[in-house]
Ligand binder design. Structure first.
Ligand SMILES: *Cc1c(COP(=O)(O)O)cnc(C)c1O
Length: 335
């Protein structure tokens, strides 16, 4: 048995999700004629209380489109130094949008309103124009940490005072909402654009959705085309996303419980130096020799990824069951 803990992107569609995909009604979505894509976009927009949605092949594309539509060249994006948009999107914001970036040192990736306010540049010809605040929730590199809505509301007040726009990389927003119990529509009211991944904990094989107001999403649709993300009979993929939204949100709590149980097992392991607090489905711990531990785990069938000079990351997901958890704990104890 392989224990897959490298990422929550490894999940494969189960038979009912596949059946929903096979039964999808499709059309050419570049012509706006795929009813299943449109249904997915409208469904997620309604869930977040936003006007419109745009189905894209990846969360990198939804984030990059968001940065493009919220900025102009020579503008600056304010984000945490460990943000996915900065660290894991290949320098895309510079290449795709010609923007500069102000990198802040958040608390496990979470910014405060006063940090954001202090990063806003003066209106001076020497400086880039502060334009966009990009937050990430949950925060991957912060070990799945999540924001309290009240802090985001304070950041929004700063943004409003200074005429900044707000983007949320909500690749794992539903993991955050699982813990806080907050209203998804409250998020829709705070952000100009939100990106949600269907292919992480929600278990769809492909796809992310960018949400915003109708005018912003209309512009985003044009940018998606030029980024090469206009897809044709994409309803087969969108059907998986609809199925995921209908069935796989309540079970995120199971992923969080299993992540905490992995953390308890790690606490007993002598090779583990430190464990980040486990808030959602991501477990980051430090060891002396990352490649040695990863190789030992792999030899016993447990796959994980290096996540820093001394860090290893586990991510729990739909295809990591209690049976896999028991086996993972057994392997960790045997090391
Ligand atoms: C996975 C992820 C994305 C998008 O990644 P893709 O692989 O391009 O879909 C964006 N932000 C965060 C925080 C992520 O974890």
């Amino acid at each position: 048995m392989t224990i897959e803990l490298r990422s929550d992107t490894f999940t494969k569609p189960d038979p009912p999700m596949l059946a929903a995909m096979m039964a999808a009604e499709v059309g050419d979505d570049v012509f706006g004629e795929d009813p299943t894509v449109t249904a997915l976009e409208n469904k997620l927009a309604a869930m977040l209380g936003m006007e419109a949605g745009l189905f894209c092949p990846s969360g990198t594309m939804t984030n990059q489109i968001a940065i493009r539509v919220n900025t102009q060249p020579q503008d600056e994006v304010i984000c945490d130094r460990y943000s996915h948009v900065y660290l894991y999107e290949g320098g895309g914001m510079m290449a795709n949008s010609g923007v500069s970036v102000a990198l802040l040192a958040g608390n496990r990736g979470r910014l405060t309103a006063s940090q954001v306010e202090a990063a806003i540049k003066p209106d001076d010809v020497h400086a880039p124009v502060s334009r966009l605040v990009s937050l990430e929730n949950t925060m991957n590199k912060g070990g799945g940490s999540y924001y309290a809505l009240s802090e985001i509301q304070k950041i929004k007040q700063v943004a409003d005072r200074h005429g900044l726009r707000m983007h949320l990389d909500g690749a794992r927003l539903f993991n955050a909402l699982t813990e806080t119990g907050e209203d998804p529509q409250a998020y829709g009211r705070l952000f100009d654009t939100i990106s949600i991944c269907l292919s992480k904990g929600l278990g769809a094989p492909v796809g992310s959705v960018l949400l915003g107001d109708a005018a912003t999403i209309k512009r985003a649709r044009r940018v998606r085309k030029v980024f090469g993300g206009g897809m044709r009979q994409a309803g087969y993929l969108a059907a998986a996303g609809i199925y995921a939204l209908d069935h796989n949100i309540p079970r995120l709590a199971d992923d969080h419980r299993r992540a905490r149980q992995l953390g308890e097992a790690l606490q007993e392991c002598s090779f583990v130096k430190d464990i980040m607090p486990i808030d959602t489905n991501i477990v980051i711990f430090s060891v002396d020799d990352v490649s040695k531990i990863l190789a030992q785990l792999k030899a016993k069938g447990l796959l994980a990824v290096p996540f820093g000079p001394h860090e290893i990351r586990f991510v729990t997901h739909l295809d990591f069951t209690d049976k896999h958890l028991d086996e993972a704990v057994r392997i960790l104890r045997s090391l």
